[in-house]
Design a protein around this ligand. Sequence first.
Ligand SMILES: [Fe+2]
Ligand SMILES: [Fe+2]
Length: 303
Amino acid sequence: MGYGKHPTPVMTLAHFTDTHLIAGDGHGPGLIGGIVDTEQRLTEALERLRATVQGQDAPLAAIVVSGDVADRAEPEAYRMAAQMFGAVAQEFNASLVFTPGNHDERSPMAEHLLGLAPTHDALDAVFDVHGLRIIALDSTLNGYHHGGLDDGQAEWLAQQLQAPAPLGTVLTMHHPPIPYRTNVMRLLEFVDDQLLADVIRGTDVRHILCGHLHVQGGGTLAGVPVTVAGAISYVDDLSTSPASMRGIDDGQAFSLVEIGETITHWSVPSREYPGHEPLPEELLASLDAMAPDARREWFSRKR
Ligand SMILES: [Fe+2]
Ligand SMILES: [Fe+2]
């Protein structure tokens, strides 16, 4: 405390997306594009999440996974996700929120990840996380890769939002309800954005967390910020857009979403890279020992 003028956020959400887990074939891991070991990428990402949130003031309250959990919707891939995310969630006493993506299939995801009966119905769910309402809105359409709302979902959402939650609402959905940059991804966009805008306008929805695009980005819907987290599996190299897509095995990331006077979001590289040393321990210790007023003067004044 005492660093800067803003109070510490009350809680942190970790936003993961597009893990695209593949069950191995018994001889080794399943690879995407012949190069990306998605189980390894998720293992590294969760390790870095642990290191990032360990001991921080705003506790990790939930891990939100915004779809394309599995690449081919194999039961084994969902069991892997349940085990890997479950271990970290348990360690930090955090809630786990999943919403499906276009690579997922509702039935095996319900059964092998969410512990529900197999179903083809939308996997919508509401969570109360210490006063913050998190709504997982299933933006997938059975049999298609583009997104939209099934019959009744808009009415269901409006009903959930009738009364405000103490800390407001964060919505998570796979398909971002904003215009996309890449032509081919525009064919796989969320088509019911205006309907969704009408439902959330004037409600307590403060933020929308999405995936699908495999690149960090964002926009707004009805004035509500929409953020797209970096993918855990592979990243779309936007230098080839707007015409095409090119997945690269680099630049993967997850986001920290901090809930406080506002909602902030920060991208964390989910893999290790070479870099310079962090600030020395002695310097940090002397900052800690100073009175709050003295810190800025000492650290910020140009010498
Ligand atoms: Fe994806
Ligand atoms: Fe997707």
